[in-house]
Design a protein around this ligand. Structure first.
Ligand code: SF4
Length: 328
């Protein structure tokens, strides 16, 4: 039987989402890059690491993940007994797309003396082929625990890997993937904006290319940028990451001015993540109502992927001593 996907006319979507959230014993997680209306009704808003931890800890029966597919996959890997739904199953990621598992496996096989430190923005298959997963908020903590002589493959984001190489004086082999959103910032337009606001610091995500990072006063994950926004002494901040994060900044600090870094067209519209933008209130309502689209992962694959995620959660929490990564 074809599933009924029409939304009844005249319903209040927010009220219905609330009703379904209680009825399903569901938790709604939203990434900082989601539309403000999704962030505002989520039980928890965070970055990839925070959302991963939340997914592992929650006692809800259903996780509705307002984010992209690799994030919902991560929730399912960590909470296999729960139903995990994603409002739009086409919400992918250019980094995940850049790293097909068969090519990644072949790359690993060509470098048998390297461990694979892999950014969480990848498929479940690539996680299963990796030794340790990192997020942008945990990457520095984790890399600093890996012995200096340990050879490392870092994928799929070459900009994050390059940033880490420069900062830690490492020579990790980099997979050539990029985030299409952070890649789109324009150095020329950023410098024009900076000239208009010379007193404003620039906060950038490490997925940005080096010609953007080089101008940044602060480089960090979405949570790190948010914390910087709450503590910097001035009144204007230029934000070089997906602009929906500015919603949380404006809520926390309505008296301050947050400006999204521009793309080549001089505004920040080209820096809206087209995958994150696929989710909306209507699709969230439908996925809570129908419990579809649902994330399903074959058990052996899930267990293999969980190993590298568990390693991340342990190392990010500092519960494993230095040197442990040499044995992964
Ligand atoms: S912002 Fe970039 S890294 Fe994040 S989901 Fe979108 S394409 Fe992927």
């Amino acid at each position: 039987m074809t599933k009924q996907t029409a939304i009844p006319t005249g319903i209040d979507l927010r009220e219905e989402i609330d009703r379904l959230r209680k009825e399903r014993n569901a938790v709604i997680l939203a990434h900082y890059y989601q539309k403000p209306e999704l962030q505002d009704l989520a039980d928890f808003v965070g970055d990839s690491l925070e959302l991963s931890k939340k997914a592992a800890e929650t006692d809800a029966d259903v996780i509705a993940f307002c984010g992209v597919k690799f994030m919902a996959d991560t929730a399912k890997i960590l909470s296999p007994e729960k139903i995990v739904v994603l409002p739009d199953m086409d919400a992918g990621c250019s980094l995940e797309d850049s790293c097909p598992p068969d090519k990644f496996r072949a790359f690993r096989e060509r470098h048998p003396d390297h461990i694979a430190l892999t950014y969480i923005n990848c498929s479940t298959e690539v996680k299963a082929l990796s030794d340790v997963i990192v997020t942008s908020s945990s990457a520095e903590t984790i890399l600093s625990q890996i012995p200096a002589d340990q050879k490392i493959i870092f994928g799929p984001d070459r900009h994050l890997g390059g940033y880490l190489n420069r900062k830690f004086n490492r020579e990790m082999l980099l997979w050539p993937g990029v985030c299409i959103v952070h890649e789109a910032f324009s150095e020329r337009e950023l410098l024009k904006l900076k000239a208009e606001h010379p007193e404003a610091p620039i906060a950038a995500h490490p997925e940005c290319p080096p010609h953007i990072i080089d101008h940044a006063d602060y480089v960090g994950s979405t949570s790190g940028i948010l914390n910087f926004a709450k503590t910097f002494p001035g009144d204007t901040l230029i934000v070089a990451t997906e602009p929906h994060i500015i919603h949380q900044m404006e809520k926390a600090l309505p008296e301050k001015n947050f400006i999204g870094a521009p793309g080549a067209d001089g505004n920040c519209n080209c820096n809206i993540c087209p995958y994150m933008a696929l989710n909306n209130l209507e699709k969230l309502y439908l996925c809570l109502r129908d419990l579809e689209p649902r994330i399903e992962i074959e058990e052996n694959l899930r267990v293999a992927a969980k190993k590298s995620l568990d390693k991340m959660l342990e190392l990010a929490a500092g519960t494993i001593g230095k040197g442990d990564l040499g044995r992964v």
